[in-house]
Each structure stands twice: as C-alpha cells, then as structure tokens.
Design a binder for this molecule. Structure first.
Ligand SMILES: [Zn+2]
Length: 190
C-alpha cells in the first residue's frame, strides 16, 4: 500500500498541496489515477494485484464504468483471463452499449480506478443487473471514502484513503494564506 501511494506520487497521480477540486471544494490532496496507469506494465501490475484477491472465485466477466474504469478493468480482466465489457453514459444514464451483452446469471466483477462515493460503480452494477447479470463483487485501486462507500455488493480496494475536503471559507490552507491551485494547470506544468 505504501508502495502504491509512492508510485502514485512519482507519477504525479497523487499531488499534495492546496487544490481547488471540480466540486469547488478545497483539498490538500489531488488524485488523477490515469497518470499512474500510463505505462501498460504498471496498469497490468495493478490489475494483477486486484485479480489476486479473486483467485479461486468464479468470475465470468469484468465490467467497468467508462472512462475511469477502462484501463484498470481491462488489466484485471487480462489477469483473470476473462472478457471485459464496459458501461457508459447515454443521456446521463449508465448503459451497456456497443453491442455488449451479458447473460442471465453471468458472474461479474465491477472494477473502477477510484471509488469516491461509489456512484459510478452503483450505476454500472444497476445497468448490468438490469440485463440479468449477477454482480458478485466490486473493486478499485483507490478507495477515497476510507471504506465507507456502499455499492451494494462486497467491495475491496488496494488502498484506502481519507482525503479531506473543505468549503473555501473553512479551508485551513486558505486561512494560512496559501495559494490554491486548479490541478489541471499544475499537472500540465510538471
Ligand atoms: Zn483553500
């Protein structure tokens, strides 16, 4: 777990400082998981770490919510030797498209890069179950909810983090007068 966070920091996938999140909240940490998965061998390594947690379990298919789950979901499917499908939003609703189908009772593992509230994973599970599949578990590299997010099926993560966020008027870093950064610009500059 320390190795994973260290790797995230080296890749710039985990930044520390004073950030303005897309929600408008301020946080001392910023996570951009995609940066830790740029090198296919790294992505496959994370895929194997997740797949190992399901050895001996019947998993027919790995599914992920696009876009965040695509790389890690593919890597987990490769490690498990099963097929990989994804769900995506159409008019705001998470659906199975592109001719992907799932069978009645097909045992599915749903994989995401980061779970924050679990919303995308829950929507992905609902879309698969609506087609008759059985989602047996969910997994992510990072759990930003510190174990709290409930997706309705057993869930694991490689790393649990408790990332604080603050309304600007209560932000301790603002109170200290530290300048806040929007992460996109910071990432591009480093
Ligand atoms: Zn602040």
């Amino acid at each position: 777990m320390d190795d994973i966070l260290q790797h995230f920091k080296v890749c710039g996938a985990l930044l520390e400082g004073h950030f303005i999140l897309s929600s408008g909240l301020h946080s001392p940490q910023y996570l951009q998981c995609a940066l830790a998965l740029q090198i296919p061998a790294d992505a496959m390594g994370y895929g194997e770490l997740i797949a190992r947690r399901y050895s001996g379990r019947q998993i027919d298919t790995v599914a992920s919510p696009a876009i965040g789950g695509l790389v890690i979901g593919f890597a987990v499917a490769k490690a498990l030797g099963v097929r990989f499908v994804w769900t995506e939003r159409q008019n705001g609703e998470m659906t199975l498209r592109r001719g992907f189908t799932v069978e009645n009772g097909e045992q599915i593992l749903v994989v995401e890069d980061v779970i924050t509230t679990g919303g995308s994973t829950r929507e992905c599970i609902a879309a698969l179950e609506a087609q008759g599949a059985t989602v047996v578990a969910a997994a992510s590299i990072i759990d930003r909810s510190n174990g709290i997010a409930d997706v309705g099926v057993p869930r694991i993560s490689l790393v649990e983090m408790d990332v604080p966020s603050y309304a600007p008027e209560y932000c301790p870093m603002c109170l200290k007068g530290l300048p806040a950064v929007k992460p996109g610009s910071r990432v591009a500059a480093t």
